[in-house]
Design a protein around this ligand. Structure first.
Ligand code: ITT
Length: 198
């Protein structure tokens, strides 16, 4: 089976990518490679941070294909926040629940009765031996609500309703999210490059 090291500590991302890639890929994240330390995410863009994770991860796994995902939520009424700071919106050690509390508080300060449009964005970078092989992007438009709905997914999913639906990613089945999410679209755009390495 072709091996793919997914340079993430977020097990939810791994679950989604492993389900979307399916056979024959063997997806291993940082839990299987405890010796790898990724460089700090100091970039100002999703792409810069995905490159940092993929390149530093691939230096620790000679010869192996390494994929990284940097992603986040952009809310128009908040000037694109939390954006690249999505994982750390409520502070450096914030949990996903802390970040949702912060987002709800920020939305509550805005004039009510408006549609809080936004999107999830994902940049994926494939690297090997410290060199970038391919970069892809994906996005999904939608709107934010101010009361959580559903317990599925992760992160901001209970607050995000994708365009064309009336339920959040926290309510919709994982199969639905995996057909239209930012991650699904970035992975689809990466797939040809991955296949060429089987
Ligand atoms: P790694 O850096 O180890 O991959 P991370 O969770 O810190 O894990 P990011 O730096 O890319 O990853 O931050 C992404 C954050 O954006 C994530 O923690 C969520 O808060 C949010 N996010 C990204 N994709 C999401 C999704 O599909 N559903 C809900 N929230 C998401």
């Amino acid at each position: 089976m072709p091996r793919l090291v997914f340079a993430t500590s977020n097990a939810h991302k791994t679950e989604e990518v492993a389900a979307m890639l399916g056979h024959p890929w063997q997806v291993e994240d940082l839990r299987a490679h405890p010796g790898i330390t990724l460089d700090e995410e100091t970039g100002a863009t999703f792409e810069a941070n995905a490159i940092i994770k993929a390149v530093s991860g691939s230096r620790g796994t000679p010869g192996l294909l390494v994929l990284a995902d940097d992603s986040g939520l952009e809310v128009d009424a908040l000037g694109g926040a939390p954006g690249v700071r999505s994982a750390r919106y409520a502070g450096e050690k914030a949990t996903a629940a802390d970040n949702r509390v912060k987002l709800k508080a920020e939305l509550a300060r805005l004039p009510p009765n408006q549609a809080f449009t936004g999107r999830f964005h994902c940049c994926m970078v494939l690297a090997r031996d410290g060199k970038v092989l391919h970069i892809s992007h994906g996005g999904v438009e939608g709107r934010l609500i101010t009361q959580e709905q559903g317990e599925g997914g992760f992160g901001y999913d209970p607050l995000f309703i994708p365009e064309g639906f009336s339920d959040t990613f926290g309510v919709l089945p994982a199969e639905t999210k995996n057909q239209l999410s930012h991650r699904a679209r970035a992975l689809a755009a990466m797939k040809g490059k991955l296949q060429s390495h089987i």
